[in-house]
Design a protein around this ligand. Structure first.
Ligand code: SF4
Ligand code: SF4
Length: 357
């Protein structure tokens, strides 16, 4: 049957610290301070009952089938119209129930979470093994890692062994690359893992300002190691999150591209700081849209596979508008005023978006 729905509402599971939900993309969660589609509100690593899971999934999906949209999914960019396979399986898992990290980025969403950064959350492996035994997850399932820094997470090596190196899953890992993981490199070579490294800078000075740790040279060295022996060019992506007032300039981005070239990295991802996007309800200033277009074109020109990512892609107005001088001046001023406000959040190390319980 053809209707509007989303893969993650039907076949997605996301492990939060104290909740089991469908995804981590919900505008209701990310913009309104509400919640994403919830499977289980008080969740601490219990084994998952298949009947319970798919009953909950059906409740949400029935709203889509009836031509409506659950409030948790309203305005989500992941909704699409197509023929859906409603069989009972999960093909996308997000693990984001830990938050400890060896960096302290000024844009990190963990900065204002009510929970302290921790790795002392429940064990995920028994839960995933059980989902495998129940045939709820199958060969080819995608494992997306979120939360803190995966390479220092207690189950990192076991997860890579059992899911990536075994060939059962494809594991997508955002990592700051401050700690090198040999197992992760093996999975990259085997093409059963892919990493995204947010370098965000082309110089040690700017990197330190953003990450609050003086590790630019270490990261560059580890990236060199990760990039060796790869067969698939897109296995490593280097990300540039635009942070108003900090790295929103062409010179820094150009240096960033030069590093990527030296490291033989083929793919560049451009995004906008989530806090900036969210403060504007994903309606970002044309001034920044033009900047993104400019650096995107530059990376394409220099031969990189180039992609824009979620907080930019979710913006409702991220296409270039016709040139209008009055509008351009207005948007430039608005951008500068807002940047000041955001800069305060950066310098006082606050995330600036509160979750409503
Ligand atoms: S539509 Fe969006 S919010 Fe709803 S499940 Fe899909 S990704 Fe999540
Ligand atoms: S590397 Fe990731 S988890 Fe760590 S502080 Fe930065 S944004 Fe947060």
């Amino acid at each position: 049957m053809r209707y509007k729905s989303c893969n993650l509402i039907q076949h997605g599971l996301c492990f939060y610290n104290e909740m089991l939900v469908s995804c981590c993309f919900s505008p209701n969660d990310q913009i309104n301070g509400g919640f994403p589609p919830i499977i289980c509100k008080n969740y601490h690593g219990e084994l998952i009952d298949s009947d319970f899971l798919f009953k909950k999934i059906k409740e949400y999906n029935d709203v889509f089938k009836n031509g409506s949209c659950p409030k948790e999914c309203l305005n989500c960019f992941k909704i699409e119209e197509k023929e859906w396979n409603e069989d009972h399986y999960i093909n996308s898992i997000t693990i984001t129930h830990f938050s400890a990290c060896n960096a302290d980025c000024i844009y990190c969403s963990n900065n204002l979470e009510k929970n302290e950064r921790t790795n002392n959350s429940y064990d995920i492996l028994p839960v995933l093994n059980n989902l495998k035994e129940q045939n709820i997850i199958r060969q080819g399932v995608e494992l997306h890692i979120g939360g803190g820094e995966f390479t220092i997470y207690k189950e990192c090596d076991d997860l890579i062994d059992k899911f990536a190196l075994s060939g059962f899953a494809k594991v997508f890992v955002p990592t700051n690359a401050i700690r090198y993981s040999d197992k992760l490199h093996q999975a990259l070579v085997k093409n059963t893992a892919a990493i995204v490294v947010s370098l965000d800078a082309g110089s040690r000075k700017t990197y330190k300002k953003i990450k609050n740790v003086d590790a630019f040279d270490i990261v560059v060295n580890n990236l060199r190691k990760y990039a060796s022996g790869l067969t698939e060019p897109e296995t490593i992506s280097l990300k540039y999150i635009i942070i108003p007032t900090i790295n929103d300039n062409y010179t820094e981005f150009s240096k960033f591209l030069s590093f990527a070239k030296k490291l033989n990295i083929k793919k560049v991802i451009i995004d906008v700081d989530a806090r900036y996007s969210r403060l504007l309800n994903y309606n970002i200033d044309p001034y920044l849209i033009n900047f993104v277009e400019r650096i995107k074109n530059e990376s394409l020109k220099r031969g990189f596979i180039t992609e824009t990512y979620s907080f930019y892609s979710q913006c409702s107005n991220n296409s270039l508008k016709d040139k209008n001088i009055i509008h351009d001046i207005y948007s430039f001023i608005r951008y500068k005023i807002l940047s000041k406000k955001i800069n305060y959040l950066y310098t006082s190390h606050l995330y600036g978006i509160k979750r409503v319980d």
